[in-house]
Design a binder for this molecule. Structure first.
Ligand code: UDX
Ligand code: ADP
Length: 480
């Protein structure tokens, strides 16, 4: 079989960009991305794509209608495809056994059942969604139990390593492509088919083939180890604040060791995103199920440290504002879980906003790419809010940073958007309540300039000298 037609089930953050790049690089392959959600597919077919990802618009414009199609006609796309990617969501279970930790595989299972029902010819089915180890086995069980005569399946694991905000570059210049499959001749042939697709633009030596379970576990392990680095540096940021060390200097010094390297050592308000927490909790759950409690506890600590960091930062905000934010206005700059995305899944901004709202603050929120409805949805979701009406009254969403800062007591910077670095903070200072505070949860601002303007500034992993209020101290140096 030479793959001529691909169907991707799930038009989300993974399926959309991945298939757009495949369509770009493999013009002879017909790629159809399908989704149950008509509104999502309509957006993919419109001028305003459902996700913001630098470089994606151009690729979609170039390929859409040529060899890239977005459709709700799942049946035709599956019938015609030689190879099917499963790129559906795998949220953490909210009820039942494994609640709060195990991934909910109902969408993966749903996709597998759909394929089994529709397929009339042999298919290579590729799991792209991050799934628990041995999920391929479950997909195979569903497919084999419902197999039509003469139809056979090969299941491959091909986890996605793209990071949001840099997805297109990550896909085009991937560090590696990982493909796991059965070690049988048919399994090997299926692996070769998928390798052939990636080889259109990825050098063969960067395509790593393994058995299915290694591939599935590698995805969880990669995310767990990246998150572990962030939790490690964040734990040290607390030590820095208590000792006078500067966590950026520590990270640079440590990262210069070529055995350690500099990436993912940026101390922050905490990591967010749809993957890190979910994948570690998934790993923890697997370890518990395998009766490996010490291993489970080890990885659980990475998530616990992240919770600690978010709480520690928010507590610092409240404490600095004379231990009460009740009746005060706080500006949240940035709501996405990182810059260059509009995605808010597990964003630390939700934790900060919820805590400040619980303490009685009024919030003015601005993010360059997060839609207003999404912010309201996130902050009134039953998981974080008991009284949506009260919350709606206490928040307002702005379309520029300057209006969001007017009459505010404090700015809390939650996302490292570049535009926040170049705002006119003199102008902002003059429209804020005094004393005016800036809490830089991403360590991106020029703190000395802010202090010189008159702001009280706090950040992560470094204790900053506040303005010297000599005029109140009769000329003696007095630190406040
Ligand atoms: C991650 C993985 O990087 C990617 O390989 C995988 O496919 C999906 O999960 P993503 O969550 O999109 O990607 O973004 P990433 O850049 O990893 O950032 C995750 C979170 O960690 C963000 O909130 C980011 O701000 C934070 N982070 C990252 C830090 O706090 N410090 C760092 O040094 C790096
Ligand atoms: P990810 O970040 O993993 O890409 P998203 O939530 O952004 O996750 O996207 C997953 C998409 O999968 C959603 O748009 C959802 O509607 C779609 N989906 C889930 N189950 C099915 C299914 N059985 N058939 C088609 N699409 C599905």
């Amino acid at each position: 079989m030479v793959v001529k037609k691909i169907c991707c089930v799930g038009a989300g953050y993974v399926g959309g960009p991945t298939c757009s790049v495949i369509a770009l690089k493999c013009p002879e392959i017909h790629v159809t991305v399908v989704d149950l959600s008509k509104s999502r597919i309509d957006q993919w077919n419109s001028d305003k794509l459902p996700i913001y990802e630098p470089g994606l618009d151009e690729i979609v414009k170039q390929c859409r209608g040529r060899n890239l199609f977005f459709s709700t006609d799942i049946e035709t796309a599956i019938l015609e495809a030689d190879l099917i990617f499963i790129s559906v969501n795998t949220p953490t279970k909210t009820i039942g056994n494994g609640k709060g930790r195990a991934p909910d595989l109902k969408y993966v299972e749903g996709a597998a059942r759909m394929i089994a029902e529709i397929a009339q010819s042999d298919k290579i089915v590729v799991e792209k969604s991050t799934v628990p180890v041995r999920a391929a086995e479950s997909i195979l069980k569903i497919l084999s139990a419902n197999q039509k005569p003469g139809v056979s399946y090969q299941i491959l694991s091909n986890p996605e390593f793209l990071a949001e905000g840099t997805a297109i570059n990550d896909l085009i210049n991937a560090d590696r492509v990982l493909i796991g499959g059965e070690e049988s001749p048919k399994g090997k042939a299926a692996i070769e088919e998928l390798c052939g697709i990636y080889e259109h633009w990825i050098p063969r030596e960067k395509i790593f083939t393994t058995n299915t379970w290694s591939s599935e576990l590698s995805k969880l392990a990669a995310n767990a180890m990246l998150a572990q680095r962030i939790s490690s540096i964040n734990s040290l940021s607390a030590v820095c604040e208590a000792t006078g060390a500067d966590v950026s200097e520590v990270a640079t010094a440590v990262g210069l060791d070529s055995r350690i390297g500099s990436k993912f050592l940026q101390a922050s308000i905490g990591f967010g995103g749809s993957c890190f927490q979910k994948d570690i909790l998934n790993l923890v759950y697997i370890c518990e199920c395998l009766n490996l409690p010490e291993v489970a506890a080890y990885w659980q600590q990475v998530v616990d440290m992240n919770e600690y960091q978010k709480s520690r930062f928010t507590a610092k905000v409240i404490q600095s504002l004379f231990n009460t934010v009740s009746g005060k206005t706080v500006t949240i700059l940035g709501f996405a879980f990182k810059k260059n995305t509009g995605d808010t899944r597990e964003t630390p901004a939700i934790h900060v906003a919820k805590t400040l709202l619980d303490e009685g603050a009024t919030l003015k929120i601005y993010d360059p790419k997060v839609e207003e409805d999404q912010i309201y949805y996130d902050l009134t979701h039953p998981a974080v809010c008991e009284s949506p009406e009260t919350v709606k009254k206490a928040i307002s969403v702005y379309h520029d940073a300057y209006s969001a800062c007017e009459n505010s007591h404090a700015i809390v910077l939650c996302t490292e958007w570049d535009e926040f670095k170049t705002l006119d903070y003199h102008k902002i200072y003059h429209v804020m309540m005094k004393p005016a505070y800036v809490f830089d949860g991403r360590k991106i601002l020029d703190h000395q300039t802010l202090i010189d303007i008159g702001f009280h500034v706090q950040t992560i992993g470094k204790t900053l000298q506040r303005p010297l209020l000599t005029r109140f101290c009769g000329g003696n140096t007095c630190m406040h």
